[in-house]
Design a protein around this ligand. Structure first.
Ligand SMILES: [Zn+2]
Length: 123
């Protein structure tokens, strides 16, 4: 299996609902997002996917969240904006862009801090 990965960043505010602790109050993170694609075979150019295209598609999605209050943006106006839920949303939207017969999303990881992060993978 081959893996191709890009890492991008965005900054946003959020707060957690139904949570007793300091994260129930509005605060911000400089989020780091890792998108990993996987494929058992390479394309004609010898790639899983073009890094440039991966960065562009991920940035397009993250622009929706950058310098926003996540709790005001769908689906996080209803769904708690945890790193886990953000990772799953990114996974599902990137799957629409990149999934093919061979290429699948391997995983998406979202860091809130250097030492706190969550990942989502379908398998
Ligand atoms: Zn937080």
């Amino acid at each position: 299996m081959y893996y191709a990965t890009v890492i991008r960043h965005f900054s946003a505010a959020h707060h957690l609902r139904d949570y007793a602790g300091k994260c129930e109050r509005v605060h911000g993170h400089n989020y780091k997002v890792e998108l990993q694609l996987k494929s058992p075979a390479l394309d004609r150019t010898g790639m899983v996917a073009d890094f440039v295209q991966m960065r562009e598609e991920l940035d397009r999605l993250l622009q929706r969240f950058d310098h926003q209050d996540l709790n005001e943006i769908k689906p996080f106006d209803a769904l708690n904006p945890t790193a886990e839920n953000i990772a799953k949303l990114i996974y599902e939207e990137m799957a629409l862009k990149f999934s093919s017969r061979k290429v699948k999303i391997g995983s998406v990881t979202v860091w809130e801090t250097e030492s706190s992060f969550a990942s989502y993978a379908a398998h």
